[in-house]
Write a protein that binds this ligand. Sequence first.
Ligand SMILES: *Cc1c(COP(=O)(O)O)cnc(C)c1O
Length: 366
Amino acid sequence: MTMPDRPQPKPGIMDIAAYVPGRETAAGAAKVWKLSSNETPLGPSPAAVQAIEAASRHLEIYPDGAATKLREAIAEVHGLNPANILCSNGSDELLGLLAHTYLKPGDEGIYTEHGFLVYRIQILAAGATPVVAKEKDERADVDAILACVTERTRVIFLANPNNPTGTYLPVDEVRRLRASVPQHVLLVLDAAYAEYVRRNDYEAGIELVSSSENVVMTRTFSKIYGLAGLRIGWMYAPAHVINAVNRVRGPFNVNALAIEAGAAAVRDKVHLENAIAHNRTWCDWLTRELTELGLRVTPSVGNFVLIHFPHDSGKSAAEADTYLTARGYILRRVDAYGFPDALRMSVGAEEANRGVVAAITEFLKG
Ligand SMILES: *Cc1c(COP(=O)(O)O)cnc(C)c1O
C-alpha cells in the first residue's frame, strides 16, 4: 500500500466550504456601517464592560473551568437548574461540540435548506454526512425534516428563528417534530435570536428540553447582548448530554472576561428591554419602507431582514450590494444560503437604517 507523501485531512474535511464572516470594510466610503453580522447597534451592557475592566486585573489566573458564576447567573434569570447549563466560546463552539460528540462517519446530520451554514460545516468536520431538508415558503418544514430521517440520522439542527430568513417555527410545530423523531436522535434548537421574538406561539426550547431526553437549546451573547467579540454561548440540555459534552470540551473553553461580562450582561434587564424595543421599531420600519419600494422582504422576527431584489440586470442583489458598499453600507450576500437574489441587512442604528433605505431608493431609480 502506498502512503501519501504528506499528512492528509480525514474524509469530509476538504468538502467543507469555510465559513465566510460578514464583511467589515468598504473601500473609499467615508463612514462605514457594518450591517452584515447581526450585531446590535446598542453595544453591550455598561455593567458588562465594567465587569471586564475589573476582571482584566487578574489575567494571570486560569478561569473557572465550570464557568459557575456565568451558569448561575443564566440559571437565575431564566429559572433553570445550573447543572443543566453548559457554557462555550460562542455558540458556534457548542454546535461543533455537539456534532463531535454525537456524529461519527456514516452517520447523518440534518439541517434545513436555508439553515445556518455552521451546521453543515460541523457535520462534515465530524466526518458525518449532511442531509438537507427542503423548506416551504422560506421556513423550516417539519414534514420535510421527518422525511429526511433515516436509520443513520443522529442529529437534527434547527435554527429557530432561522438566519438568514428571520422566519420561525411555532412551538406546536417544534413539538410535533420532537414527538415524531426517534428518541435516539438529538434535536438541537439553535435559539440565537430568541430574545428578539415577540410572538405568543414561539418558545425558545426551555420547555421542550425540560420534558425530553433528546432536545437541547443553544443560546448566545453575541446578538442581543452585544458581546460577539467576547465569544459566549450556552446550552440548556438534559444531564446526560451535559455529561457527555463536558468530556469533549476544552477544560477552560470560556475565558475569565467572558464569565464576568456574561454574568453581568444577563442580569441587565433594562439594556435587554431597550434592545428589544429598538429592534422591533426599526425592523418593522425597514420592512415597511423596503416593501413600499416594491421589494419583497421576508417577514422577520429577528434583528435582520432578508431583502429580495429583482433578477433584472441593473437592479440585482449583486449590483445593489456594490452600490451600497460604495456608500459605506455593508450588507450580507446570501448566495451560499440559496438566495442569489437577496441581501441580508442587520437592523442598525436609526441613521444606518434611514441611510440604507435612502440609498436603495436611489439605486432603484438609477
Ligand atoms: C449568530 C448566530 C449564532 C451565534 O454564534 P456565536 O458563535 O454565539 O457568536 C448561532 N446561530 C445562528 C443561527 C446565528 O445566526
